[in-house]
Structures are given as structure tokens and as C-alpha cells.
Design a binder for this molecule. Structure first.
Ligand SMILES: O=C(O)CCC(=O)C(=O)O
Ligand SMILES: [Fe+2]
Length: 274
């Protein structure tokens, strides 16, 4: 493991937010297992050469992706898994739940939940201090039913060959990290540009990247398909802060039914008055 101490440049991030990353935005490229240290603390960790055969097989079975709204123009397909918080703005989804993927692609979902353990274990092994804080926060704030079994993560997303522009992640617990696995077949490029550190992190097939995507601006460098059917998947594990508002699964369903009943009653009353 290479240890690399780097300065962090917030101003550089500001200038590039929402832009499309290119290979030459950053002057340094990281390709080997590395821990980047900022202000004496681990900030980004790259691990390579993981055995991801079963994960890749599972993810390939997901054939229904949603067009993402992140970053205009470029193709952007994703599917969430794990647990979802209440979404009051989305009709019929005002309750905490397990994502639809568990119903539509149960086998893939099961495998993704299993990999939540690997994600958490790698996090614990390589950044014990951050993991311990993360663990404490979830223990104090989130019911265990809303966390992946034996993992500190509640939720995740599978991105399919999405060339994401520079962005900060949103909705995660404040001081928690994410763990992202990369799967690539017939792809050139598609690395992670981190301008605040002036670093492009190479993301080979079978790599894991640990970092705080809410604090560090990041984006995907151009993805080139080198054969028909070439794909690049990234699978990101994170903990949504909103999961702290979830009651027990049974109580969430009860609450959702109550809201629905009262909505319907008021609608029927309005109709009756006409
Ligand atoms: O695909 C990648 O390399 C980055 C994914 C990402 O940043 C995200 O899902 O928020
Ligand atoms: Fe991100």
C-alpha cells in the first residue's frame, strides 16, 4: 500500500463543479493500491485486484435501468438497491422501504446486499477511525432493520456506463464514507477525476474506492467502448441520513396506510360535496 500525503484545494473544486471531467484536469494519476492522506487523515483509499466474478454476474442480470437526471446530455443509467427513506414528494412512497430491485431482481439484490458486508469490512480494515465514527452514528440514529445485514451501509446505487460530471454526493450521513466497486469489460477510460487533490484515480475492473463523496468533488473521465457490449458498472454503498426517520417496518406500513386512508377519505368527501 502506497501512502501519499496531498494538499486539498477547495478553490479548484469550485471552478470545475458541474463540468465534464477530462483526463488532463489533474496532473497526477494513481493506479496502484494507495491511501491518500489529507491533513494527517485518510481521505481516499484505492484497493485493486478484488475477486468480483460473482458480483459482475449478478449485476449483469439487471436489465432495467432508470435514466438518471444527474448531469445533462450524457447517458446516465442507474438503479438503487438496499433501503429507501420516506419520499413525501413522491406519491405513494411516503414510507421507508426496501428498494424495488429486491422484487424485480431478487438474486442480484441478494448479491448486492452480501457485498455490503465486503464494503463495510474493507472500510473497517483500511480506515478504522472513520468506520468507528460511522458505526457509532448509525447505532445511535438508525434502526438495524434499515441497514444492510452486518454492514454500516443502508443503501446503494448501480451506475451503468454513466459518465458523471463533477458533483458532490448528497443525502449521506455527514461524516460517513462511501465504498465504490468498479466493474469493467472492454472499457478504456472511465476513471475518477478528483480535482481538489489534483488526482485522477484509475478505476480498473475489480477495484474498490473508499472516500467521502459529499466533501470531495469527483467526476468520471470519458468512457470509451472498445468492443461491442462493453460496459462499465460502478456500485456505490452509502448510508442515507434520512434513514434515521424510519420507524420499524411494521409501523412504517401502518403510517403509510393511515396517510393513504386520510387522503382517500378527503378525496371522497370532496367528490360527494360536488
Ligand atoms: O461511476 C463513478 O465512477 C462515480 C459514481 C458516483 O460518483 C456516484 O454514483 O455518485
Ligand atoms: Fe458521486
Amino acid at each position: 500500500m502506497i501512502s501519499l500525503e496531498l494538499p486539498f484545494d477547495k478553490e479548484r473544486e469550485k471552478a470545475l463543479n458541474k463540468q465534464s471531467p477530462t483526463e488532463d484536469h489533474c496532473s497526477r494519476k494513481i493506479t496502484k493500491d494507495t491511501i491518500i492522506i489529507v491533513d494527517g487523515k485518510p481521505a481516499v483509499i484505492l484497493l485493486t485486484k478484488l475477486d468480483v466474478v460473482d458480483l459482475f454476474m449478478a449485476v449483469k442480470k439487471i436489465n432495467n435501468f432508470y435514466q438518471g437526471s444527474r448531469g445533462s446530455g450524457l447517458k446516465n443509467e442507474a438503479r438503487v438497491f438496499g433501503f429507501s427513506p420516506r419520499m413525501p414528494t413522491r406519491n405513494h412512497h411516503d414510507y421507508c422501504s426496501i428498494s424495488n430491485m429486491s422484487i424485480e431482481f431478487p438474486e442480484a439484490h441478494k448479491k448486492l446486499m452480501e457485498w455490503g458486508i465486503t464494503a463495510s469490512d474493507l472500510y473497517k480494515k483500511h480506515s478504522k477511525e472513520m468506520w468507528t465514527d460511522h458505526k457509532k452514528w448509525i447505532t445511535d440514529n438508525i434502526r438495524s432493520e434499515w441497514l444492510m445485514p452486518k454492514s454500516v451501509f443502508s443503501s446503494g446505487i448501480v451506475n451503468r456506463t454513466s459518465q458523471l460530471k463533477y458533483h458532490y454526493d448528497r443525502g449521506n450521513i455527514e461524516n460517513g464514507w462511501s465504498c465504490m466497486f468498479t466493474l469493467k469489460d472492454g472499457i478504456q477510460g472511465g476513471d475518477l477525476s478528483i480535482p481538489g487533490l489534483d488526482v485522477t484515480v484509475s478505476l480498473p475492473h475489480g477495484s474498490a474506492l473508499l472516500f467521502n463523496g459529499q466533501k470531495i468533488l469527483h467526476g468520471v473521465t470519458p468512457i470509451h467502448r472498445r468492443k461491442p457490449g462493453a460496459e462499465r458498472y460502478t456500485i456505490v454503498y452509502y448510508t442515507l441520513a434520512q434513514m434515521r426517520n424510519c420507524m420499524s417496518p411494521a409501523d412504517e406500513i401502518k403510517r403509510a396506510q393511515k396517510i393513504r386512508d386520510s387522503r382517500e377519505t378527503s378525496w371522497l368527501q370532496t367528490r360527494a360535496q360536488k
